[in-house]
Ligand binder design. Structure first.
Ligand SMILES: C[S@@+](CC[C@H](N)C(=O)[O-])C[C@H]1O[C@@H](n2cnc3c(N)ncnc32)[C@H](O)[C@@H]1O
Ligand SMILES: [Ca+2]
Ligand SMILES: [Ca+2]
Length: 391
């Protein structure tokens, strides 16, 4: 008899429940016992299209249901990083690898929002039945960390339980909707490009890490000279004494427009800042920066003032990060670059979780008084770089 696949799965699940009831199994045990029936590991593995020699991250590997299947698919020349936050899970993987003489599995103890994998190291990653164990606010950062570990063009497979009413074995609240995964993936540069519908309880999605996009460059060429560019403002408690404008500069034998900040700290109230550190003269823009910026680069014409330059970014969870460039000891043009995952001096804001989440919606260039009360600093070619550092 040929039966519809839905009927077959219903039948398999029912049979498992009956068998389970008979032996007093708990729901999770029941779930695990019949797993090959509903997980269809051979068909899933075929859809991963892994090739010998590839490097794959099995994130939230557990005791290795997929890890060892992947290890076989990528062969001796390839490698599987078995990533989990649980030491116990990793111990189980290590014993099994030892017992079965599997040499291409390397365990990695991760943090909830950091896979600890090297940037751009993997051809593919698998995230199976993990997201519903991850608290809501950690899901996007975890996906971002996985995206970062993939080579550009690398793929992530996400398999998780469909968020349906009255789900078997889990509560509705625990489950993560397919749409949420797609939306959070998109925010970290993972594009949904395939979906498989053969699993009875789970969605099965394939995402591709998008190739780095062109940087967003603010070169100020579209603004008239002398007018503060639209969307940018000059702030600070004596902001009116400071002025933001667009200036014409002769640079490298080529004329260009730049953002010019004439700052004046005199009369500034130093409230809330250590004596002698007066923060003012903030040039900022609210234009959203698409993609997943890893670094911010800006050309700066210094004034030799010795004042402090700080670049701040605001991001998707309404958190603010301050990156300290240091004292402006130079005159003439210099390119400065900050790695937005590191070297930050402080953070805060409504959704502060210490993680930079895409997209950035705010970039500002701040001068703090350490030395001279007045000066002029110019900025040009503010760029958001999509590649991870070291690329
Ligand atoms: C239900 S098991 C799934 C294991 C395996 N992927 C599978 O398909 O059998 C979930 C695993 O995810 C791990 N986990 C939960 N949150 C994690 C996170 N933020 N990063 C990495 N692993 C995580 C748990 O420790 C657990 O081993
Ligand atoms: Ca310019
Ligand atoms: Ca954040």
């Amino acid at each position: 008899m040929r039966c519809s696949s839905r009927f077959r799965w219903y039948f398999a699940a029912t049979a498992a429940i009956v068998a389970g009831l008979a032996s007093c199994m708990t729901a999770p045990e029941l779930w695990a016992a019949g797993r090959n029936d509903w997980q269809q590991p051979d068909r899933v593995m075929a859809e991963l299209h892994l090739r010998p020699g590839q490097v794959v991250g099995d994130v939230g590997c557990g005791t290795g249901y997929f890890t060892f299947r992947i290890a076989k698919a990528v062969g001796k020349e390839g490698k599987v990083f078995a990533v989990d936050i649980s030491e116990k899970a990793l111990e189980a993987i290590k014993s099994r690898a030892e017992k079965d003489k599997v040499t291409n599995v390397q365990t990695v103890r991760s943090e909830p929002t950091d896979t600890k994998l090297d940037p751009g190291c993997a051809d593919a990653a698998v995230l199976c039945l993990v997201l519903h164990h991850v608290p809501q606010e950690q899901r996007q950062p975890l996906l971002g960390s996985i995206a970062k570990s993939l080579k550009p063009g690398g793929v992530l497979f996400v398999i998780d339980l469909r968020k349906v009413r009255n789900p078997p074995f889990h509560t509705y609240e625990q489950l993560v909707a397919r749409e949420e995964v797609i939306q959070k993936g998109a925010a970290v540069g993972l594009k949904l490009d395939a979906e498989y519908h053969f699993l009875p309880y789970q969605y099965f999605l394939r995402f591709t890490r998008q190739k780095p996009q062109d940087s967003t460059v603010f070169d100020f060429e579209r603004y008239p000279v002398d007018l503060a560019p639209e969307g940018w403002e000059c702030r600070g408690s004596n902001g009116y004494a400071s002025k933001l404008s667009v200036a014409q500069e002769q640079r490298n034998a080529k004329p260009t427009k730049v953002l010019r900040m004439d700052y004046n700290f005199e009369g500034h109230l130093a409230e809330g800042y250590p004596a002698g550190t007066r923060r003012s003269c903030i040039a900022g823009t609210w234009e959203q920066l698409p993609g997943v910026p890893r670094r911010v680069r800006v050309d700066v014409k210094g004034d030799g003032s010795g004042n402090n330059l700080v670049i701040a970014v605001g991001e998707a969870s309404v958190e603010w990060f301050d990156y300290e460039v240091g004292p402006i000891g130079w005159t003439g043009w210099r390119t400065v670059e900050i790695d937005i995952d590191e070297h930050w001096r402080g953070n805060g804001g409504d959704g502060a979780n210490g993680v930079v989440e895409a997209p950035l919606f705010f970039v500002s260039l701040n001068v703090e008084q350490l030395a001279a009360p007045r000066g002029t600093i110019c900025f040009d070619n503010i760029a958001c770089i999509q590649e991870p550092p070291g690329k």
